[in-house]
Design a binder for this molecule. Structure first.
Ligand code: GLA
Length: 442
């Protein structure tokens, strides 16, 4: 099956020629800088014996390496949170200035202190490889280089994430006509892992991008290989993988990756949002601290309706999902900032038990999802999948609970009394979600 990533582009269709122009210029500059040793990404200055350039046409056949399991699961004990450039900047608008500006706003608007601390530079930062095979960032877009960007993010208390692919072709090469070639990690896994570690990278998004078709790679082996190379660097780097749920990564990725995509790209529309939530039903058994199902990044504030924004946030928290903001944090209106930083929702997402929610009922336009929390409390969501306002209820027995519980509306942050039998939802707007927290009394 061919992934349908391309449909997402809010801006992609107008950019192909502009990208080509920037990069042709950028590559010339890069080559010149590399030759003088002045390129700020800097590894060319430190390597005295050039590494042999690996062949990308004849990759070595290696057995599937053994993942590090407990080490990997010791990272990302709660679902990672942050900002990722892709949903906002896509390919053509990505630049160091835009990333720094987003990072500044993530801090100044209180998003970093709420937990959104990974700043991930997605696809289209790459300009090629130097004479030693070391990846170089496009000096036109990233004039200070990646090490300096990492230092800047760290100086603000943030963490640095970057994007790479296991094969020869990135998704933007394929879907966005990004013209630079030779930037995949196939045959360069150890070198790229070390380069990322040298740059201070804390998070790698490793994206399969048709590597099974283009390069004959097998998902589990390819991701495990990079997992091992990251470990060898000695730097703790969270590994986020995406192969869009095609090889059922939840069955093999725990212990190899810290999070794995469960579906194709999420687009900012109702059908896509609903499909992504529905795809999570039945997957809770595979998630645990250090190993998370990833229904993709937030599209909140990118064109979803107001109730749908609430649904994405509330349901992602019910799913113990990684939370990556995908919009401009500088211009985000305050209501969206308040939703993203709602401490009662985030406490559910980040609950240390790490138990993902389960779908308990799907009937009459409302889905009921439940999630056990670490302190004996319980979260229950009423997701209104209909086009009308609805309310619903569930019994404690249906939730597997007994006793008396206080009921708190975590979205609106109001108390709804106590119950010993029926938990009623408030009226839930069309496509909206009510998320209630039940705390045992006594
Ligand atoms: C794929 C991924 C996206 C993004 C793009 C970049 O489509 O699923 O999240 O990383 O590639 O090209």
């Amino acid at each position: 099956m061919i992934p349908q990533h391309a449909a997402a582009g809010r801006r992609v269709r107008v950019i192909a020629f502009a990208v080509a122009g920037v990069l042709v210029a950028g590559l010339g500059t890069t080559a010149a800088l590399a030759a003088t040793g002045a390129f700020s990404a800097g590894r060319v200055e430190t390597i005295t014996t050039p590494r042999p350039t690996p062949s990308v046409t004849e990759p070595e056949v290696t057995p599937t390496p053994t993942p590090t399991g407990p080490y990997r699961e010791g990272l990302a004990l709660t679902p990672p949170m942050g900002w990722n450039s892709w949903n906002y900047l896509r390919c053509n608008d990505l630049s160091e200035a835009a990333v720094r500006s987003a990072a500044d706003a993530i801090v100044s608007r209180g998003l970093a202190s709420a937990g959104y601390d990974y700043i991930v530079v997605d696809d289209c930062w790459q300009a090629g490889r130097d004479a030693n095979g070391v990846l170089i960032a496009d000096p036109a877009r990233f004039p200070s280089g990646m090490k300096a960007l990492g230092d800047y993010l760290h100086s603000k208390g943030l963490k640095f994430g970057i994007y790479a692919v296991p094969g020869t072709v990135t998704c933007a090469n394929y879907w966005d006509k990004y013209p630079v070639r030779g930037i995949g990690s196939l045959g360069y896994e150890a070198l790229d892992a070390q380069t990322f570690a040298d740059w201070g990278v804390d998070f790698l998004k490793y994206d399969f991008c048709r590597a099974e078709i283009n390069d004959g790679l097998v998902e589990q082996a390819a991701f495990t290989l990079m997992e091992q190379e990251l470990v060898k660097t000695g730097r703790d780097i969270v590994l986020s993988i995406s192969e869009y749920g095609e090889s059922q990564p939840w069955t093999w990725a725990p212990g190899i990756a810290n999070m794995w995509r469960t579906s194709h790209d999420l687009h900012p529309n109702w059908k896509s949002l609903a499909d992504h939530i529905n795809a999570e039903a039945g997957l809770s058994q595979y998630a645990r601290p250090g190993a998370w199902n990833d229904p993709d990044m937030l599209q909140l504030a990118n064109g979803l309706g107001p109730n749908e924004n609430i649904t994405q946030m509330a349901m992602w928290c019910m799913l113990a999902a990684p939370l990556f903001i995908g919009t401009d944090p500088a211009t985000l209106d305050q209501a969206h900032v308040d939703l993203l930083t709602n401490p009662e929702l985030l406490a559910i997402d980040q609950d240390p038990l790490g138990r993902q929610g389960d779908r308990l009922r799907d009937a009459d336009g409302i889905q009921v999802w439940g999630r056990q929390l670490s302190d004996g409390s319980y979260a229950v969501a009423f997701w209104n999948t209909s086009y009308s306002n609805l309310s619903s209820s569930v019994t404690l027995a249906e939730l597997g609970l007994s006793g008396t519980f206080t009921v708190r509306d975590a979205v609106n942050r109001v108390d709804l009394g106590t119950t010993a039998d029926v938990v009623g939802s408030p009226v839930v707007g069309a496509h909206g979600t009510a998320l209630l927290r039940l705390d045992p009394v006594g």
